[in-house]
Design a protein around this ligand. Structure first.
Ligand code: HEC
Ligand code: HEC
Ligand code: HEC
Ligand code: HEC
Length: 119
């Protein structure tokens, strides 16, 4: 029996360590941290296991289709004014460009070579 008790403690420890690691890896950052967002604000649950849906972003930010135009600069330095949220490819899921716990990326660069950063 004692052997099994130790196994139980060991497994619990691994479980707790894994949870702690997952939480620290998926912190809330930047403006969302400043505004005290919690995991559930995007994920719907306090202990998420999977990615958040873009619908969560839209609940707070709207669809962004009326956002201001952005000056796009390509690698050659050519400038074009364009609506990134209402482009010829719209609508594109928010999380194709924005992210919460990993680097952001500009979806448009599948085809273009813009140098603009995504916040
Ligand atoms: C509970 C409401 C809420 C949800 C849900 C939410 N946000 Fe935000 N977001 C905010 C607030 C508040 C700010 C800060 C606005 C400001 O300072 O002008 C912000 C800021 C931002 C910014 C600007 C960051 C910067 O550094 O300027 C981006 C981009 C953004 N959110 C994208 C997202 C995306 C993508 C999602 C979904 C994955 C999301 N947000 C979900 C409330 C929310
Ligand atoms: C194709 C890539 C792309 C997609 C898709 C996208 N965004 Fe953005 N978003 C950007 C870029 C680039 C900026 C920075 C614009 C700038 O420089 O003013 C930005 C800026 C923002 C900001 C900050 C605006 C501000 O005034 O500071 C918010 C909030 C935001 N996006 C929310 C969203 C939400 C919500 C969605 C989904 C409905 C979405 N975005 C979809 C690329 C994208
Ligand atoms: C602003 C919205 C937002 C908040 C707040 C947020 N998340 Fe996320 N989360 C996302 C998005 C979007 C993804 C998809 C991957 C990415 O963008 O980093 C994700 C992905 C994840 C994943 C899946 C990671 C993977 O490898 O697939 C976990 C787990 C997670 N978040 C946990 C958390 C925890 C824990 C918190 C609170 C401390 C939290 N998230 C807060 C938006 C959010
Ligand atoms: C699937 C490929 C593809 C994607 C993704 C894409 N584009 Fe385009 N885009 C094109 C093609 C093809 C043209 C027309 C040919 C040209 O002028 O380069 C074009 C033209 C444009 C133009 C006018 C031409 C110029 O460069 O002056 C702008 C501005 C533009 N795209 C912006 C965007 C933005 C912003 C995004 C992301 C939201 C985006 N595109 C995503 C393929 C794409």
């Amino acid at each position: 029996m004692r052997k099994f008790a130790h196994l139980g403690v060991g497994l619990t420890l691994i479980f707790v360590v894994t949870l702690t690691y997952a939480a620290s890896k998926n912190e809330v950052s930047g403006k969302h941290k400043e505004n005290s967002l919690e995991c559930a604000d995007c994920h719907g649950v306090n202990e998420p296991a999977a990615a958040a849906e873009p619908e969560a972003c839209i609940q707070c930010h709207g669809d962004m289709l009326d956002a201001e135009a952005v000056i796009f600069v390509d690698k050659k330095g050519k400038q074009t004014e364009h609506y990134v949220h209402d482009s010829h490819e719209a609508p594109i899921a928010c999380t194709e460009c924005h992210a919460a716990h990993k680097p952001t990326r500009l979806y448009c660069n599948k085809c273009h070579d813009f140098t603009n950063k995504v916040p």
